[in-house]
Design a protein around this ligand. Structure first.
Ligand code: IMP
Ligand code: MG
Length: 180
């Protein structure tokens, strides 16, 4: 598995330190409130699990699953809900937890969808951002790292459902996905 990685962009330690800072910031910003974290399956799982433990105020969690790429490395711009929320979000402080923002279509769609259910607020916490690829305008309030336009795997990010269990974020060797 590790042989398929061209370069490690963020080590486990770098990610952990950044996630800790994000957790502190979120805890300060929502002090005195109760937060609902909505994890976007499956890529956000490692990030959500680590971030959750760095948040020092009361919080709940829920999950959604949406389709984005299938098994390809290019976005389709079409978003489909595969799993909806378990609970009402009316009047709640919602924080969407996502692994990476690329074209921005997924998060833009999700923000609009969640806002239509009348929460008190909706913000985004996202580990990685590829700003060069943005097509849909979406504001990420809590961002881990900006990244160049490479296809990345690890720490939740997959290629054809593999590599999510790598403890770091790395660049996938092109020979793994070109001509597949
Ligand atoms: P967007 O709608 O184009 O912003 O797509 C966001 C989704 O695409 C993320 O939740 C990821 O599932 C996937 N994605 C975008 N870039 C990468 C990448 O470099 N590696 C793995 N998945 C990616
Ligand atoms: Mg995803």
């Amino acid at each position: 598995m590790h042989n398929d990685i061209k370069e490690v962009l963020f080590t486990e330690k770098q990610i952990n330190d950044r996630v800790e800072e994000m957790g502190k910031q979120i805890s300060r910003d929502y002090e005195g409130k109760e937060l609902l974290l909505i994890g976007i399956l499956k890529g956000s799982v490692p990030f959500m699990a680590d971030l959750l433990k760095k948040i020092s105020i009361h919080c709940n969690m829920d999950f959604m699953a949406v389709s984005s790429y299938g098994d390809s490395t290019e976005t389709s711009g079409v978003v489909r809900i595969l799993k909806d929320l378990d609970h009402e979000i009316k009047g709640k402080e919602v924080l969407i937890i996502e692994d990476i923002i690329d074209s921005g279509y997924t998060l833009k769609y999700l923000v609009n969808y969640l806002k239509s259910r009348n929460p008190n607020s909706v913000e985004i916490a996202c580990l990685l951002d590829k700003p060069d690829r943005r097509e849909a305008n979406t504001e990420v309030k809590y961002l881990g790292f900006k990244v160049p336009n490479y296809f990345l795997v690890g720490y939740g990010l997959d290629y054809a459902e593999r590599y999510r269990n790598l403890p770091y974020v790395g660049v996938l060797k092109e020979e793994i996905y070109v001509n597949k």
